[in-house]
Design a protein around this ligand. Structure first.
Ligand code: ADP
Ligand code: ZN
Length: 721
């Protein structure tokens, strides 16, 4: 008997299955399990994909050992991997590796992560009637009452030891799950008429392969709609996946789900330990839960009998994986929806231009929640022209923002301030000679972090101690340009004596649980002001926040990306939506140097449709998605000359092999030419329909296979361009 197995080889290609012979004693039910096989001079772990007839043309080796008792990949996941590999032209093995928790990946360092505890119980075959010693009797009585007790809970260790020696008490181990601590929020909620109507529309679609888009303004109560629908799904003996963008979003939504679905829910978020993740994963694959809530990779949760997939905040960039395999979670959801005949529900207050356009065209069912639960209007939003403020000497905070913050502090209400840049200052420059501190490995300026006294590269992680003397002109004239969240925190404290400020960004949330701590403390009123990056913009629900300030709305407008207006609109809309979510009226202030920009004006007016129309007009004129598809071909090399040469070749190859229906742009330099000492170039493909696309791209990949000097990667419908 023979099997085809998948091995991670050093030469990354799409063809990595190898045939092995299966010794008779190992032959049963191997599909989806990991096996140990000899491979060249090494022994490696491989996934068994299928049984095969051997055709005797070459010599095959034996499988050494079967690693798993139960398959780690079920039939659906095996198929899904092949689908991904074909769709994104990425190595099949990378697709399986990304689906699995660490302990179940091939060649995991530590793949026995099962946690077990030692229990004790009475040996029923032995009489306890002649036990006279008091401490022993106590143990016996305890075990009579409770049958099984954790060994660690028994105080008198020596008596227990005696009882075990005399065979009166037996000890045994039992596998346990690590307890993922989640706060559980119970509420009795009666759905509003609008919520019921949206929920009913979704319920009517259960059992159908279709996509539905909920356009729901911030605070319209989408979470309760999901819960209502998922209850129905469970009633039908099916299961549900709910995806949320980021860990920052999960505490509040997960606690609501936990409150309703109790132990029938598994939570997969990025700050779980490997062991916790492994346990949650096993609960899912053993069919012990019927609801999974988690970030991107939870789309691969091996639930049987899926009844619905809900993607909350569907516009979020985090649904696109930015390294291999560069999958889009929505694609995977659509594929699973087809397999299980179940609907995909996308929801957002700012759907992507692509999703909204599809809903308008009727490809998706369109649902709307256009009012806030509290019946309040959306926050009244003012735009402040910072050009004027700067002339008046207000660099960071406008007069208006200061005044409003003061007002909230007096009323004991809370404020959120967004600045989408962490660190203290953007970069350091010598005001004498113009020298700018840059990363030695990347073409990027270093960001100053005052708390640690370091300057850091946000691309490669390079860090050094901040210098006060210019390395170039040796003058003492280093100046900090621009502000980050650290500086905002500092300045707001200077401005208002005694104000309590929390900061939430990648620097303050790197420790496990710190995220939740900040959210919780702010929610309990331990802080007056929360300063943060885009992390604070999404999904959070603080009833006492009545003012949101955006320090510099131009930050995201100025990134070189055709989506920059969309990203700006969506970020502003989301963060404004954090204001006035309970029974107090909310306000927002946007500080900008571009007060007339349509994405800022539309965000202030809560005008999604206005924004959509303007953006669609531009996308059409400039031929960008949804009017075409884009593929980014990335070519990188440590050697600048070699990189350019090969990028030109790749571009010429694509021009020659693709039809006229495709526009081939470039090669050009990537937005950041050098990252981690690799030079990055790109070729952009724009097309609507291209019959020779896959053949040509596959051929291109083949050309560079095994070439250690050049790396070619494909990004289908990239987020960053
Ligand atoms: P969204 O995700 O649409 O921004 P949420 O689901 O966070 O909104 O709901 C906003 C707030 O309204 C939450 O505090 C939620 O508990 C509350 N809420 C939702 N539905 C109802 C309802 N039917 N009755 C009362 N409160 C509700
Ligand atoms: Zn760097």
């Amino acid at each position: 008997m023979y099997v085809n197995v998948l091995i991670e080889t050093r030469v990354k290609s799409n063809e990595m299955t190898f045939t092995y012979h299966v010794p008779l004693e190992l032959s049963k039910n191997l599909i989806g399990k990991r096996v140990l096989v000899p491979f060249g001079k090494r022994t490696v772990e491989a996934f068994v994909l299928e049984y095969t007839d051997f055709d005797n043309t070459y010599e095959v080796k034996d499988i050494i050992k079967v690693v798993d008792n139960d398959p780690v990949l079920n039939e659906e996941l095996i198929d899904l991997g092949k689908f991904m590999s074909n769709k994104y032209l990425c190595p099949l093995i990378s697709c399986y590796q990304v689906m699995l928790p660490k302990a179940l990946k091939a060649n995991a360092k530590n793949n026995n992560q099962v946690k077990s505890l030692t229990y004790v119980k009475l040996n029923n075959d032995v009489s306890t009637s002649n036990i006279k010693i008091k401490s022993q009797l106590e143990i016996v009585n305890l075990l009579k009452e409770n049958k099984e007790v954790l060994k660690s809970q028994i105080k008198s260790k020596s008596s227990l030891k005696k009882l075990i020696e005399n065979d009166i008490v037996k000890e045994f181990k039992r596998e346990v799950y690590r307890n993922v601590e989640v706060y559980s929020n119970h509420m009795n909620i009666t759905l509003t008429k609008d919520q019921i109507s949206v929920s009913n529309r979704i319920k009517q679609s259960l059992g159908l392969e279709k996509t539905m888009l909920i356009y729901g303004v911030t605070g319209s109560g989408k979470t309760e709609v999901y819960i209502d629908v998922v209850k129905e799904v469970i009633k039908n003996n099916k299961s549900a996946i709910i995806l949320v963008p980021e860990i920052s979003l999960t505490p509040q939504i997960t606690s609501r789900f936990k409150g309703v679905f109790k132990e029938r829910i598994a939570i997969l978020h990025s700050s779980l330990s490997d062991g916790e993740r492994y346990d949650e994963y096993r609960r899912i694959s053993r069919g012990e839960v019927n609801v999974v809530i988690g970030a991107r990779s939870a789309i691969f949760a091996p639930l049987q009998n899926l009844g619905i997939i809900i993607i909350d905040e569907e516009h979020s960039e985090s649904y696109k994986q930015e390294n291999n395999p560069r999958y889009n979670t929505l694609d995977i959801a659509f594929k699973r929806s087809k397999t299980h005949n179940c609907p995909v529900v996308l929801a957002s207050a700012t759907p992507t231009i692509e999703s909204y356009a599809r809903a308008k065209k009727g490809y998706y069912d369109y649902l709307e929640l256009n009012k806030r639960i509290n019946q309040m209007p959306l926050p009244k939003t003012s735009i402040i022209d910072m050009k004027k403020e700067v002339r008046n000497g207000n660099r960071t905070f406008s007069g208006e923002l200061i005044q409003r913050i003061e007002d909230r502090l007096n009323k004991k209400e809370q404020v959120m301030l967004l600045l989408n840049r962490r660190g203290y200052s953007n970069y350091l420059m010598c005001t004498n000679c113009g020298y700018v501190f840059k990363c030695p490995n990347c073409d990027i300026t270093l960001t100053f972090h005052k708390t640690s006294g370091m300057v850091r590269c946000h691309y490669c992680g390079y860090a050094e101690v901040k210098k006060d003397v210019c390395p170039s002109c040796k003058k003492n004239s280093i100046s900090q340009i621009g502000s980050g969240t650290e500086k905002i925190e500092e300045e707001i404290k200077k401005e208002f004596n005694g104000v309590k400020v929390a900061r939430m960004d990648a620097d303050t949330t790197s420790k496990k649980g710190s995220h939740y701590q900040i959210i919780n403390d702010f929610n309990e009123g331990k802080y007056d002001v929360l300063v943060g990056t885009q992390m604070i913009a999404k999904g959070l629900n603080f009833p006492n926040v009545t003012l949101v300030g955006v320090i510099n709305a131009d930050q995201s407008l100025n990134i070189p990306n055709f989506r920059s207006s969309e990203l700006t609109f969506s970020l502003l809309n989301q963060v404004i939506g954090r204001s006035g979510r309970a029974n107090k009226k909310g306000e927002a202030i946007i500080q900008t140097f571009n007060p007339d920009h349509y994405s800022i004006v539309c965000a202030a007016n809560h005008d999604y449709v206005g924004f959509f129309n303007h953006e669609m007009f531009l996308r059409k004129k400039l031929n960008y998605p949804p009017y075409c598809f884009i593929i980014l071909v990335k070519i990188s090399s440590k050697d600048f000359e070699c990189g350019i040469k090969e990028a030109k070749k790749a571009s010429a190859f694509l021009r020659k092999n693709l039809t006229d229906a495709t526009i081939v742009l470039g090669p050009s330099m990537a937005n950041v030419l050098r990252i981690n000492n690799n030079y990055n170039f790109q070729v952009i493909l724009k097309y609507k329909k291209e019959e020779k696309l896959y053949v040509s791209l596959k051929e291109l990949i083949k050309i560079y296979e095994g070439n250690s000097k050049i790396k070619i990667e494909l990004d289908f419908n990239p987020i960053n361009l």
